[in-house]
Each structure stands twice: as C-alpha cells, then as structure tokens.
Design a protein around this ligand. Structure first.
Ligand code: SF4
Length: 323
C-alpha cells in the first residue's frame, strides 16, 4: 500500500549550540587527559542521550560536590554554578573544570557589576532552574530578586527604585521576556538593563526558526528534554504561532503518531542540548509511515564557537592524584 505523503519542515538552526558543544568536549577531553572516572556535577547539558553517552565513556554524574571523592577531577555543568561551589572545590583542593557557557558567565559578570555599583538586581527567569540558581549564587543572599512573569513584575516592591537593574536567564522566550521587561520599565523607568539582551543567540535563532515553520505545520515535534528550558520554550513558541499540535519528545520511540491527528506537513526542530542523531532517528521513523519530503527552512547561519578552558589545553596543568 502506498504511504501517504508527508512534508517535513526542518527548522534551521536547530540542535546543539556552541555552549553545549563546548561542555560536551570538556568532559571528553578531561576523560582523555585524566582518565576515567571524571565526575560531573549535574547533567552536563539537559539531555539523557548525551549524559548516557558520556557515562559509557567514564563520566560519573552527581548532584553535589560531597558525592565527589577526593583526588578526582570534577566538571561543573554548562548552566553555571553558584560561587559557593568552586569555593568548596578549592577548599577540598579538587581539580575542577568549569564548563559554564561563556554566555551564562557574561550574565554573572553583569549581575556582579550592577551589585558593585549599588543596584538591586532583578533576575528574570524560572525558579529552580540550575542557571537561575547559579546566577543568584553570584551575589550575597538578598542581592538578587527573581521575577518569573509579568504579574510578578507588576507587583515587585524594591527598597530604592532608582537603584535597580535587570538581567535574564539565557534560555527564555524572547516574546515573554520582552513583555516582562516592558512591565518592569513601566514601573521602574530608571531600571538598568543589558546593552544587548541576555537571551542567547542560540535560543533566539531556534525560536525564530520555529516561528518560520509553525504557521505552515499541522503538527510540530521538538526534540528535547522536559527539563531543558530552551526546548520547552520552542514548544510554547510553536503553539503561540498557531500550531497547537506541538509536542516535546525525547526520542523517536516516544512519538504518538496517531495522537498528532491528520498530518500532511510536520515541523521538526531540536533544543540546544539535543544532538542531531535524534533528528535523524525521527526522520527514519517518519519514513516508515509516510512518503517523506524534507524541506529545510533556514532563518540564519551560526558560526559561534567557544574555546576550551586553558586547564584542559595546557600540558603542564596539574594532574590530580588518583584515589
Ligand atoms: Fe550557552 Fe545559549 Fe547554549 Fe545555553 S543555550 S549553553 S547560553 S549558547
């Protein structure tokens, strides 16, 4: 029986960003340089496929530093860590490598600058996300106040409205964040903000690409993890752009094809922490059911790359003692 036709609109850019690429390379190079095991505090990036691949190579993922034995190297994840974490690693004389994305570190420095200049910092972000925990942990308790939505911005009370600044999580919805910033500016006209927004290039580009395909798609699949902020935002963006059948899936096996409804045009993208192999897996699954034609919709080309930390490149950097 002939398979029904399906046009796949493949969003571009999609998938791995420069910060995720660097974080994964950091673990791989550390494994080569120091040998297994290399400990990693938190999921290096929010993707089980990536984490399991690194586990198979000898990485050990833990929640906190007290689970890391003395004498083995430890890597901090791409989302960033509160200052207390490297401080504790130094106290224990652990060799640590910080895989925090340079674009997250930039937000940390902004928050520190505002604090040094006497401003209360408003962080726009999602409570409990590791990046938010890390950014809040750059400053003493109480120096950063978290705002999650427009309602909270409207109700925000601060001791001195003339000494206020905002920074944002890097992986938010561009549109929702603009509305929150607008609400803050309406209440606090003197508020300082970043010269260029903190939402990173990768988050912005992936949302733009979804905006380009969602209005044409009967359904849209976002490859990504439920705890990946930028992946969840892609689902929301697709729904806001008139594609209600937008779903987050981690692997092709999770796709409920019948649940998508009648589909002739399917949008596909991947969050910044999802490898391209997962896209290939979904395309292969689609080809088993449909006669697939792929149309790649490109809204921009990315050429961002970040250097690895010097401690991994320097041949003379200290090698930690084995247990
Ligand atoms: Fe860095 Fe943006 Fe990637 Fe996060 S999503 S790791 S901030 S480039």
């Amino acid at each position: 029986m002939p398979r029904p036709p399906l046009t796949v609109l493949l969003a571009s850019p999609r998938g791995f960003c420069a910060g995720v690429d660097r974080a994964i390379q950091i673990v791989e190079v550390a494994l080569e340089k120091y040998g297994a095991p290399v400990y990693v505090r938190h999921e290096i990036v929010h993707n089980r496929f990536v984490v399991e691949d690194l586990e198979a190579k000898g990485a050990v993922f833990v929640d906190e530093l007290d689970e890391v034995p003395d004498g083995v190297p430890v890597i901090f994840s791409a989302h960033g860590v509160p200052k207390s974490v490297p401080a504790e690693a130094r106290r224990r004389e652990l060799l640590y490598v910080d895989a925090t994305c340079p674009l997250v570190s930039k937000v940390h420095r902004e928050a520190e600058r505002h604090h040094a200049e006497g401003r209360q910092v408003v962080l726009i972000g999602h409570g409990g996300h590791p990046e938010v925990v890390g950014t809040m942990g750059q400053l003493p308790p109480g120096a950063v106040v978290l705002v999650e939505d427009v309602d909270e911005a409207v109700r925000l009370e601060v001791p001195d409205p003339s000494r206020l600044a905002y920074v944002t999580q890097t992986t938010l919805s561009v549109d929702d964040t603009a509305a929150i910033v607008e609400a803050l500016k309406a209440r606090f006209p003197e508020i300082h903000g970043p010269r260029q927004q903190d939402i990173c290039y990768a988050t912005t580009n992936r949302q733009m690409a979804v905006k380009a395909i969602a209005p044409r798609a009967d359904a849209l699949l976002v490859l990504g993890a439920p705890n990946s902020s930028n992946s969840m935002r892609l689902v929301e963006v697709a729904r806001n752009q008139g594609c209600p059948a937008a779903r987050l899936v981690q692997r092709a096996t999770e796709i409920d094809w019948d649940g998508l409804g009648p589909v002739r045009t399917l949008g596909i993208t991947a969050g910044a922490s999802a490898p391209d192999v997962l896209i290939r897996e979904v395309l292969a699954a689609a080809r088993e059911r449909f006669d697939v034609t792929v149309e790649e919709v490109t809204v921009g080309v990315e050429d961002v790359a970040f250097k690895l930390p010097r401690v991994l490149l320097d041949q003379n950097a200290p090698v930690p003692l084995a247990d």
